[in-house]
Structures are given as C-alpha cells and as structure tokens.
Design a binder for this molecule. Structure first.
Ligand SMILES: [Zn+2]
Length: 226
C-alpha cells in the first residue's frame, strides 16, 4: 500500500458527488459554506492544515504545492500570493481535490501511528512519508490526476445549485454579468467561464471574446462564418 492511491479513472459525476458530499457535510455540521467562497474553511472542516511557503523548484522544475499526507498539511507556494484571490482559492481547492481523490488517507493515518511507535528511529524516510508534489495543471505526464483535481476544484467552488441561483436575472452572454457573478462567488473569471461551458450554458470559441448561449449557437455561428 502506498500513500498515493494507484491511478484510476474518475467519472465527472463521481468527482462532482465527492465535492457535493463535502459541502453537504459542512452544512449538516453548521459550517455551511458561503460565497464568496473560502477554500480554507473546507480544509479546516477536513482537518487539513494549510501553509503558504517558499517552495524551491526541484530537479523536475517548479512546484505549485505539496501535500504532506502524514501531517495532514497542504503547503502552497507563496509565489501565487500576488495572483488574484480567485486563483488562490482555486489552487487550494485543487489541492483539497488531490487529498480527497488521490491520497490514501487510511495509509497516511496508519503511518502517523507507525511513526509514533518508531520514535527515535532517524533512518531514511520511507516512501510513504514523502510529500505528494503538485506542479500545476500543465504537466502532461500527470495530466489525468491534475485534470481530476481541477475538476473537483470547480465543483467545490461552483456547485450547480449556486450557479443556478446566480444566473437568475442575468445574461450569461454579457461579460459585465459574468464579472459580477465571479466576484460574488470569489472565483477567477477563467474558472467561471470554464465551468459554465461544462454545463453547456455558454460557449466561447477558442481565441474569441464573444460569448454564445449554449454550445449549439456557437457551432451554428462558426459554420456560418467558418
Ligand atoms: Zn495538482
């Protein structure tokens, strides 16, 4: 058994359910999530510590964040502190996604117990004590788990029910309306448009700033002008 679960394919629906389960559990525990969203409250709820730290690149390149499973700790590279708040929330939600989907939590807890028994043994760290390293969504080698963690982040920060609520009385094809929604949710504009396109509520052809209603309209337009 490893602290990192073996790779498996997660359906979108099951990732969404995992995120919703956490939001509902928070609700039941009188820790109901609010928007603009603070991902750190989810970390608190899951009993995960979060620190912002200077994480130096290793031989494979830059490190966006690390998870120290046995310490239940997420370390985020403080490089992103100068990025907009929405980007920071998304990064933390992404790491929580790795914790939920990819870390073998029972094994992490087991190692903690083992470490307590082994106190005084200062040998080389076991594989299971190594941090889980997240380099961000761009690394193709680990693209699948990165995609899963990012999809989880979208589900956590922007559950469907809250988007249904926020779209009322708004025109999703207007950037000014989307910017209002993004501020109310506390997310980045790219996370919001990505999520709205996943639902098929809007579509923005690549390289374009024009927002179409739903996927069909954009395709029709492209055929017309393509
Ligand atoms: Zn990641």
């Amino acid at each position: 058994m490893s602290i990192l679960k073996p790779y498996r394919y997660h359906r979108k629906e099951s990732i969404e359910r995992r995120a919703n389960d956490i939001l509902m559990a928070m609700n039941r525990a009188n820790a109901a999530p609010r928007w603009p969203f603070e991902a750190s409250l989810v970390a608190d709820f899951l009993d995960l510590g979060v620190v912002w730290d200077d994480i130096s690149p290793d031989e494979e390149g830059a490190i966006a964040a690390r998870i120290l499973p046995t310490e239940r700790l997420i370390e985020i590279n403080e490089d992103i502190l100068d990025k907009p708040q929405g980007f920071q929330e998304s990064t933390l939600a992404h790491e929580i996604g790795h914790w939920v989907l990819h870390i073998n939590q029972e094994e992490a807890d087991g190692v903690v117990k083992q470490l307590e028994l082994d106190l005084g043994d200062y040998g080389t760290p076991k594989e299971s004590e190594q941090p889980f390293v997240c380099r961000g969504a761009a690394n193709s080698k680990i693209y699948s788990i990165e995609w899963q963690a990012q999809y989880f982040a979208g589900c956590l920060l922007m559950p469907k029910f809250i988007l249904e609520e926020k779209r009322k009385g708004r025109d999703l094809t207007k950037w000014s309306h989307l910017y209002k929604i993004k501020d109310e949710l506390g997310v980045s504009i790219s996370n919001l448009t990505y999520r709205l396109q996943q639902f098929g509520w809007i579509s923005i052809p690549e390289g374009s700033r024009k927002i179409y209603r739903g996927p069909a309209e954009a395709e029709g337009q492209q055929k017309l002008f393509g």
